[in-house]
Structures are given as structure tokens and as C-alpha cells.
Write a new protein. Sequence first.
Length: 223
Amino acid sequence: MFDNFLLLAETEINAAVVVLNILYVFFLELIIAWVYRKTHRTLSYSQSFVFTIVLMGIIASLIMMVVAENIVGAFALLGAFALIRFRTIVKETRDIAFVFFSLAIGVAVGTSNYTVATIGTLLVSVIILILYQFDFASVSRGGHILVIAAREPFIPEETGPWKTSLKGLHTISVKTLHDGLREFTLGIQLTDPSYASRLVDELRQARGVESVELMSGKDTVEY
């Protein structure tokens, strides 16, 4: 009976298969990481996240090799992961898709579904690149985020020479800093994209303005 129990808990597989799976999934995850880096447009880019994408695929492959045909190992692993708490905030929903993409390829390689892993990596990567190339679902029309640090008497709602460059403006937030300094975060639309430099120069000359920062609203996920 004891021997049968030991056989039930066996997890060892051919060492050559383990090495092959790890190296192959590493290669595929590098492709996914490259696609992510190539198509990333926002200000929330993180090198550590790209590093994590690669590692998650490899780890997923290892997990599948451990629990393959081993129900005892599967339940033990489930209990271990139940103790882990992930608190990292993902600012861009697109990043979540890449996490699942990485995991799916890792699972495919770990279960020796090499054809699925290869075709899946290449085809999904091509689809992502096509959507990126054609700027799929973009509704941006020259929107920008304007951050102004200023003291009284400057008020964004009042008419000023710098407003001649705008065709739209709304206040996102107002924050008090120190010594009467306030930070205004505004959503704006320029009458012409080439007016960006002129707008910044005119604002810096406005009375009470300490600093000006202009960012493309299209590439900003969360401010």
C-alpha cells in the first residue's frame, strides 16, 4: 500500500524534456515581450513588468510539468498559491491580456502542446501588431494633459493669450502644494498639434505660473 502511495506522488519526467520545454518557452516568451515593448504607447511602461511576462510563462510551464498526471501535486500547488496575495495595480487593461497570453503559452509548452504554443504565439503576435499598426479603436483627436503649477492670480478658467491655441478645455483636478502654490491638471484640445510649443511658451509668460508640463492624452493611461 505504501509503495502505491509513492507511485501516486511521482512527478519526475525526462530531464531532456524539462530542459527543452524551459528553453522553448523562454524563446516564445521573448517574442511576446518584444511585441509588448513594440506596441506599448503609454507612460506606464515598466521594465520589471516585461521581465515578469517572461518569467510567468516559464513558471507556468514548470507548474504544468509538475502537476501533469499527478493529482496530489496539483492539490498541493493549489494550496500553496492560495497563500499568495498580489497587490500590484495594473494601470492598463491591455497588460492583463499580455499576462494571460504569457501564461497560456507557458501552459501549452508545459503540457507538450508545442504546435499550439508556436502557432498561438506567432498568430496572436501578428494580430497585436496589426491592431497596433492601424491604431485600432483609437478615438483621440489631439487631446493633451496640461499640468500647471501656479500662484494667484492665475486661474485657468480666465481668458488669456494662451487660450487662442485651444479649442477645448476642462479641469481634471486642482491640488494645493505649498506656499500658495496650486497644481492644475487640465484636459485640453489644441486647434493645431503644432501649437504645443507655442502654448507652453505663452503659459510660462503668464502671471503667477511657475511651471508647465504638457503630455499627450492619447498616451496617458492614468494621471
